[in-house]
Design a protein around this ligand. Structure first.
Ligand SMILES: [Zn+2]
Length: 191
């Protein structure tokens, strides 16, 4: 295949040179309510690739991010504690796959953590892009949780913007007695 960035022949979606040049993660922390949200890139830096989630090509790109970025971070965590399970935020399938499920599944698998597919699905299909925090708070995702009660979990999403989605998921999981250790997102729109 060809590297999606430079067009040279490559074994992976991005060649070694582009991986080194484009995707050097810089870990940043942010508080969303009482939840710690970790991100690896300013949103603008990887926006072009984030937006591929609306297309078939996004599947391979999100797998790349899961393997290259999410998994190594989760693996570091796992060295200290192996009991948390990984939950993707709103794993609804659109256009053949769920981009958050790809991130969560391959991130967890490569890190050796448990993963619960489809545990959190939004009942409200509202689109948040370009919407204010006020709008987001007035139109919650209304998540349905289909996982175990109790235990510990790590949330995975592609982008954190206002944090309202993560906060809503966190609140719901706490109602089920799940302790959310932290959230992992690829990009932070506020960076
Ligand atoms: Zn390249």
């Amino acid at each position: 295949m060809r590297c999606l960035s430079c067009g040279r022949w490559s074994f992976r979606v991005f060649c070694v040179e582009c991986t080194r040049a484009l995707f050097v993660p810089e870990i940043s922390h942010r508080k969303v309510g009482s939840l710690e949200a970790v991100s690896f890139f300013p949103y603008r830096e990887i926006e072009r690739w984030i937006l591929t989630k609306h297309h078939a090509a996004g599947y391979r790109i999100y797998r790349f991010f899961a393997a290259q970025i999410v998994a190594p971070f989760l693996h570091e965590y796992r060295v200290g504690d192996e009991t948390a399970r990984v939950i993707g935020i709103d794993e609804r399938v659109e256009g053949g796959y769920s981009h958050t499920a790809v991130l969560a599944r391959y991130g967890a698998r490569r890190a050796g953590l448990e993963y619960r597919p489809g545990a959190l699905i939004a009942r409200n299909r509202v689109h948040y892009a370009g919407k204010s925090l006020q709008y987001r708070l007035e139109h919650p995702r209304d998540f349905r949780y289909r996982g175990e009660k109790g235990g510990r979990a790590i949330l995975v999403d592609d982008v954190v913007t206002t944090g309202s989605t993560l906060a809503e998921a966190h609140t719901l999981l706490r109602r089920y007695g799940v302790e959310v250790l932290f959230a992992v997102t690829l990009a932070d729109a506020a960076r």
